[in-house]
Write a protein that binds this ligand. Structure first.
Ligand SMILES: Nc1ncnc2c1ncn2[C@@H]1O[C@H](COP(=O)(O)OP(=O)(O)OP(=O)(O)O)[C@@H](O)[C@H]1O
Ligand SMILES: [Mg+2]
Length: 340
């Protein structure tokens, strides 16, 4: 069984140093597998993202990496160490920002930063970290009085304070305002530039697209994709969306049969075709051949959001409404078009 899960797609043999190696990971609660044979390897110095719907098993997976949960099957190695058996050594090299955590209510930000610094032999400069995370004005504030976003900033600082070789961030910027989110992204980029490996769970596609070298998409405990953000987008069923209003009706059957065409929808006379670059060329050739004028012809690349929905969204709602799938894509197409 482990054998079957040992060589998943997307794991390249050429990886230099696997900082994190997850192989056939399983975690079962009350007889239900919530992580079911997940495998991936994170190279040293990489920002690796984990995406997936709520309840997909992302936190469970990263908590196995952190040694906070014991796998029921498969193996996890961090820098060659077993996160459970070698827990003390792991805590020296791994910094973790947990999805839900608390500190003592009366502890001030300064005290928390000083206390956590004292756990490490060569900690980062906590004042500098606090400054980068916008905490300087709140050093004397007690934890209980901090806003959600301020707590989040503090937890990011605490994850980084030990100068870890690898940092695991579970929903890095959840609850942060747009400015805080951007500042945090550039901080994480600096951390990576300093050679630190980053394992990042996120629901923000923009964050994954900007930060991650590669992402794993997990759905219902299984790995459904593992690639760079741009390759995931390129392989989405509707990687490119072509929309236009034809001067006279064109048969949906004809359009749907074009190379790479994955969906055809029509709204108020405007046609949207989801497909690939090849589809774009074929649509244009068809229009020329048929002498049809295309008003407001637009070609829009899919986003990671589209790729994510393509990988996880449709299968979440199986059933008789199947043919209406196209509306998911055309809805997001309209949104991305509007945003351009
Ligand atoms: N300690 C536990 N006992 C029982 N079930 C659990 C436990 N922890 C997690 N689960 C279940 O495992 C599944 C995966 O949970 P997990 O927290 O890993 O999801 P997630 O992908 O991080 O979701 P989210 O995006 O909502 O944070 C969920 O169905 C959850 O209810
Ligand atoms: Mg989670």
């Amino acid at each position: 069984m482990d054998d079957a899960a040992a060589a998943p797609d997307g794991q390249t043999a050429s990886m230099a140093v696997a900082m994190v190696d997850v192989n056939g990971l399983r975690k079962v609660y009350a007889g239900r597998p919530v992580v079911d044979g997940v495998s991936f390897a994170v190279e040293e110095g990489e920002i690796f993202g984990i995406l997936g719907p709520n309840g997909a098993g992302k936190t469970t997976t990263v908590e196995c990496v952190e040694g906070l949960r014991t796998p029921d099957g498969g193996t996890v190695r961090v820098a060659g160490l077993d996160p459970v058996a070698d827990h003390d050594e792991i805590t020296r090299i791994l910094g973790a920002q947990l999805q839900e955590s608390e500190l003592q209510a009366k502890l001030t930000v300064r005290e928390a930063l000083e206390l956590y610094s004292s756990f490490y032999r060569a900690p980062a400069d906590w004042r500098l970290l606090g400054e980068r995370l916008g905490l300087t004005a709140h050093l004397d504030a007690r934890f209980e009085k901090l806003s959600g976003g301020q707590k989040q900033r503090l937890f990011i600082a605490l994850a980084l304070i030990g100068n870890p070789r690898i940092v695991v961030l579970d929903e890095l910027t959840a609850g942060l305002d747009p400015r805080g989110r951007r500042d945090t992204w550039s901080l994480i980029e600096d951390v990576r530039d300093a050679g630190v490996t980053v394992l990042l769970v996120t629901h923000f596609m923009e964050e994954a697209q900007r930060l991650c070298d590669r992402v794993a998409v997990i759905d219902r405990g299984r790995l459904v994709a593992l690639d760079t953000p741009s390759e995931l987008i390129r392989h989405a069923a509707n990687a490119t969306l072509i929309s236009f209003t034809p001067s006279r009706p064109v048969g949906h059957g004809t359009l749907g049969a074009l190379p790479g065409a994955a969906s055809v929808t029509e709204k108020a006379g405007r046609i949207t075709i989801g497909g690939t670059d090849e589809t774009v060329n074929a649509v244009i050739a068809l229009l020329v051949r048929e002498d049809i004028t295309a008003e407001r012809l637009r070609v829009v690349d899919a986003t990671l959001d589209d790729a994510f929905l393509d990988l996880t969204g449709r299968r979440r709602e199986p059933g008789p409404a199947g043919p209406a799938d196209g509306s998911v894509t055309s809805g997001s197409a309209a949104a991305s078009e509007g945003a351009q």
